[in-house]
Design a protein around this ligand. Structure first.
Ligand code: HEM
Length: 185
């Protein structure tokens, strides 16, 4: 069996960062925002400021790692399977639109999640209004997370599961075939 330590490490980093960020957003919605509302004003402000100072570091690190590993993994998958994905839709019963579109939608939704998470864990006066409605914005980011993880799953289906044999078959064909020449000669 071929072993790809870099691919495995970057996928592990992506999944671990997803677990940390998503778990934190859920915890913030269920166990922080709700209960903090019952605290006296001064105690609530002090508690939320303290938890934000800690959580903002996790948000920054996980957002960076998700973006870096996501771009690398996405780039490698497109590089490896580009010809296959763009040519053999019918053979590979791949969903339309193609992998690139799914990756782009996932990245845009993830950037919105990163923005909401960083504003909610920040302290800039200009974004205080958003923090005042933390419950609403956390609900929105949790719905977006569900979609983002779902997109990751669908994207994985492009080159795993029922497609794995066909992908390998097509890859073998393309490696055996003479190199493609412009004008189809
Ligand atoms: C909130 C942010 C994000 C979350 C929660 C998230 C979550 C996930 C999860 C759970 C997977 C499936 C892991 C697997 O089974 O391999 C995945 C795969 C993936 N994600 Fe993300 N992700 C996020 C952001 C991003 C970003 C910003 C990018 C791109 C820039 C990205 C690109 C990818 C790619 C390329 C895959 C692999 C799909 C495949 O197997 O073809 N993700 N993501």
């Amino acid at each position: 069996m071929q072993f790809d330590p870099l691919g495995i490490a970057l996928r592990w980093l992506h999944i671990m960062s997803a677990i940390a960020l998503v778990g934190g957003l859920l915890y913030e919605r269920i166990a922080i925002v709700g209960p903090a509302a019952s605290l006296p004003e001064a105690a609530r402000a002090e508690f939320l400021a303290a938890s934000r100072r800690r959580w903002s570091k996790v948000v920054m690190i996980t957002a960076f790692v998700l973006l870096a590993t996501g771009l690398y993994n996405g780039g490698m998958n497109m590089y490896t399977f580009n010809t296959t994905f763009s040519r053999d839709h019918a053979v590979l019963n791949l969903p339309r639109p193609g992998y690139t579109i799914f990756l782009t939608i996932k990245m845009v939704l993830a950037l919105i999640i990163f923005f909401i998470a960083s504003v909610l864990s920040g302290s800039r006066p200009g974004t205080a209004k958003i923090r005042a409605e933390a419950g609403k914005w956390l609900n929105i980011s949790i719905v977006l997370v569900v979609v983002v993880v779902g997109l990751g799953d669908v994207m994985r289906g492009f080159h795993t599961g029922p497609n794995i044999d066909k992908v390998q078959e097509v890859l073998k064909q393309s490696s055996d075939a003479p190199p493609f020449q412009a004008g189809g000669k």
